[in-house]
Design a protein. Sequence first.
Length: 179
Amino acid sequence: MRLNKLTFICSIIFLFFFVITIWWKLIEFSMGCQDHLKRAADANTVQTAKVELRTALAYLQVNNLTEGNSSIIFKLPRNDIGFWYNNLNESLKELESVPDSASQLERSNILMKLRGTILDETDKGTKVTHPSWLQVYPSQFATVGIFIIISLVSCISGILSWAELDESRYAKFERTFKI
């Protein structure tokens, strides 16, 4: 009886810290890369876009997010990190190749192309394009597996604890009323 309660409490605590860790990884990725990509896409000048794109690419390089596939089960093309990273790198090269003498139209066209590369329009609004599960790559499979296992242990131990509690209440009720 106590083992189920202890297991339930420990699994809930572990699940809480696990969720906080994943949440932190999401924030870290957002601050280090995603927000800079958004700023590069929203930039009004080529110089600002270059600075923001360089910052995002530096984060990707430091965190070894330059190749691989972040899919959980199947290697989906939309989760190809190398393709995505190379697109961003080529965009930076294009920005760096814009001469100072370029017309405003040429600069605007490059910035619009960059915006199209970085952002996607969805039903929920505009979002930064990046492979799914990139925030926890290369441990995305382990992340999902651990979450499922902790959730199952929490549910099963919680149900068993509740059943034992309910059973002990029924036994006490029986003794009281001599049923």
